[in-house]
Design a protein around this ligand. Structure first.
Ligand SMILES: [Zn+2]
Length: 92
């Protein structure tokens, strides 16, 4: 979980997994672009709207725009270098 400026891990092994780190770094970029607090507001609102649409926690979570961008690109080792600002807007 990315809580700027920290990344919190469930266990030590997770902290060594590059895709998880990349996923959370994508969230850092998103949070900085939105000056932190609006990120959480949009995140929560997007989750609640998705919950109404999907009636399923996992689908609602996975379809939050910030998660779509992060999951779509966390395996890509070059993504953070070539990512454009506000790239998450393309995932609405
Ligand atoms: Zn995430």
């Amino acid at each position: 979980m990315a809580l700027y400026p920290f990344i919190l891990f469930k266990n030590r092994q997770a902290s060594t997994h590059q895709a998880i780190i990349r996923h959370e770094l994508i969230h850092f970029r998103q949070q900085l672009e939105l000056l932190i607090l609006p990120f959480y507001i949009i995140y929560l609102l997007n989750y609640l709207v998705n919950l109404i649409i999907y009636l399923n926690h996992d689908k609602a979570y996975r379809n939050i725009v910030f998660e779509r961008e992060a999951y779509r690109n966390d395996q890509d080792t070059t993504y953070l270098n070539r990512r454009k600002p506000f790239a998450w807007l393309r995932y609405f």
